[in-house]
Ligand binder design. Sequence first.
Ligand SMILES: *[C@@H]1O[C@H](CO)[C@@H](O)[C@H](O)[C@H]1NC(C)=O
Ligand SMILES: *[C@@H]1O[C@H](CO)[C@@H](O)[C@H](O)[C@H]1NC(C)=O
Ligand SMILES: *[C@@H]1O[C@H](CO)[C@@H](O)[C@H](O)[C@H]1NC(C)=O
Length: 770
Amino acid sequence: MIFILRFLPLLLQIIMSLRMATSGKKPVGPPFPLFTRFPSKIERAGYKLYNYVDNSLYPVRPFYFGVSLAASAAYFSRFEDSSTLLQLVPKFGEGTAAQCVRVGIVSLTTVSLPVIFTRFILRHFYFKYKRWLFENPKKPSTLTKVWGMLRSLLSLSPPLLKSCDALLPSLPVPALEETVQRYLESIRHLHSKEELAAIDKMADDFLKGEGPKVQRFTKLYSLFTDNYVTDFWEKYAYLYTRSSLMINSSVAHVDLFVDTPATQAVRAAHIAYTEFLSHLAIDRQTYTPLGGGLVCACHYDKMYAVARVPGEKIDHLENHGISRHVLVLFNGGIYRVDVVDEKDRIYSIDQLTDIFIELLTRPDTKVEGAEGRVPALTHDKRSEWHVNRHRFFECIPRNKKALKEIESAAFVISLTSEENWDYDLENRDTLSRFMKSMLTGEGANRWVDKSLNYIVGRNGRCGGTTEHSIADGSEFDHIMENFVWMENEIVDYPPLDVQLAREKSFNAAEAEGRVKFAERIEIEVTQEMGSEIDRCFSSHESSSRDVDMASLVFRNWGKGRIKKCGCSPDAFVQMAIQLANYRDQGRFVLTYEAASSRFFANSRTETLRSVTDASCEFVRSMQDGGKADRAQRASLLRKACELHSTHNRDCMVNKGVDRHLFVLFVMSQATGTSSPFLNHYIQQEWLLSTSHVPNVTNTMKEDGEFVDKSWLGASFGAVAQTGYGVCYRFAGNHSICAHISSYHSARNTDSYRFRHHLERAFLELSALFD
Ligand SMILES: *[C@@H]1O[C@H](CO)[C@@H](O)[C@H](O)[C@H]1NC(C)=O
Ligand SMILES: *[C@@H]1O[C@H](CO)[C@@H](O)[C@H](O)[C@H]1NC(C)=O
Ligand SMILES: *[C@@H]1O[C@H](CO)[C@@H](O)[C@H](O)[C@H]1NC(C)=O
């Protein structure tokens, strides 16, 4: 009986979920619940508490835990005299109260122990086990089979967004020699013989000298944190950076192949609605976690209602929890748009459309001069913006209040007068311009500190700019894929003529009864502030002009064709990039691909170094004037791809190079240890910086009749002033979208030229397998 009691919560839950699992298919629903009400403070505290309990008990749900607790209490109170367990608790008093406490203690212990035990197994086996990554999926080992069974069992109790975070393993510090060895292997083709000899010597000295000492500090530090990289990484890779965020740090995206038939007001209303619900869903943890909870989800809280506040030496993030309003930038004015009415009802898309129509047709909205370019201040270098933020906002009460409204908004929607953003099969530069505009902005139509800025053009085309310190590609993709899902499957667009007719017959007086209109946030612009605004605006203008962006939507074939060649699609594109870059630059360069380390607690990214012996051998074989035949080249390509994929998996299991060396460098600085090797390491420039935008939710329909509903992807500014940035994604099974950035001021680069090389490389690589 006691045994059954102990496992009651798990048993109950398994029986219930088996019943549910066998009772029919899930209907196709939205990616998150479509709430109609904004939670009150009490309600929010309630679900936060519930989620906390749920996360602490997972995989057992609080309901089953509660029922079992009650059953067990009933049992023990009934058999109080005969229960040996109860006898173990000393009698510390007479009367019913004391008796109740004793029963309570025993019941709680009986029911909790198996939960603790189950969580222990999950933590130390299920979430740690990674060998399946390296096995042939067709021939799994016994342990992998056990792991797979656990996985199916767990899928009966689907985790909330952050249920598994506390169960993920901490990031261990890799062995020093191994990291240094991997580093030396990865740079063999990037330096001359003499340079290599010098680096080898430095590495040797490091391992014999200061290395072990910094490693000891690192290990010691790692004992006090679940992730020895993330804090340092967020500080030094992001928050300490003093240069301006636009172009340098923020990332950009554009929308779908097809131009959604929507007016500017209707598109803006859709974005406001979907993203607002996404914001609430994250707060309630009703966002479906990726990989069934195997990957860390702790950074989602920073996606909405967050502002990066500039400091003198270091910035910090201010999180405003959940917000009732969004910020709208239009015609030089800054507006507050409430997405919720006074009775806490969330506005429908229709109501939001009214709000945007009214604002867009409101007379005399144009704000001229510096007053109409206030957001330009946020495009500045961080320390300068810190000073300006202090003297122009914090020291002027009215502006201080305005700033609070701005920074606490859920996100920003910028309505621009641009009419020509598009993806045009006939003219590629249309998309290049569209993407470039998302990356650079127009100088005063982003509130750069805000985590998410969405931009809507007059033709209804949209895109966005995202601040990068808050999170990485996988979170951004997740949000974007959910957005595409909502757009394509859940919300409707009325026919364009109906939308236009509605705008024509729009009656503001009538609409005012139904919604609260956009409210202008007034900012007092002093003369000094005005000249600072002008300075920021023109300085950003020249940075923008310098960006060279070329977009490529390669439509001959997609990932299906690559898989048929026996290559991993990501590795294949990486090899094409290597070949294109070699032809473009005449040499191999240090290459960065963002890789995931998300299997660990509180983790962000690792660097996947794409240049390897095998990749160079392959590229050389393509440039050898026909010495190697097609079969040889194909085999070299397969080998290079295989090695790349292995390195990718290595990064996932903490066998990378860069984050470890980065922390060692930080430690050497912090402890005043001079290290020529680490100094050399940190000065290397990533001349080729790449990122693959993966399919994270597997929910977007992008094939067959949905080809035009594919998402065009994202981009970022080249990391090095004389290098390239390449961001790519596979659109369904049919296309590859790549966006190439560089700077006009660099003599050695040209994004259009690189695009040409890349396209040629795609065709040549694929032809090897004809
Ligand atoms: C970043 O921004 C600064 C201006 O703040 C600029 O000088 C610098 O060249 C930019 N680019 C990079 C890659 O740092
Ligand atoms: C993907 O494309 C390849 C050919 O390019 C085709 O053979 C394969 O069946 C496609 N897969 C899907 C799931 O459509
Ligand atoms: C993403 O996954 C979905 C569902 O499996 C698939 O239909 C779609 O083509 C995938 N997209 C890409 C880019 O692989």
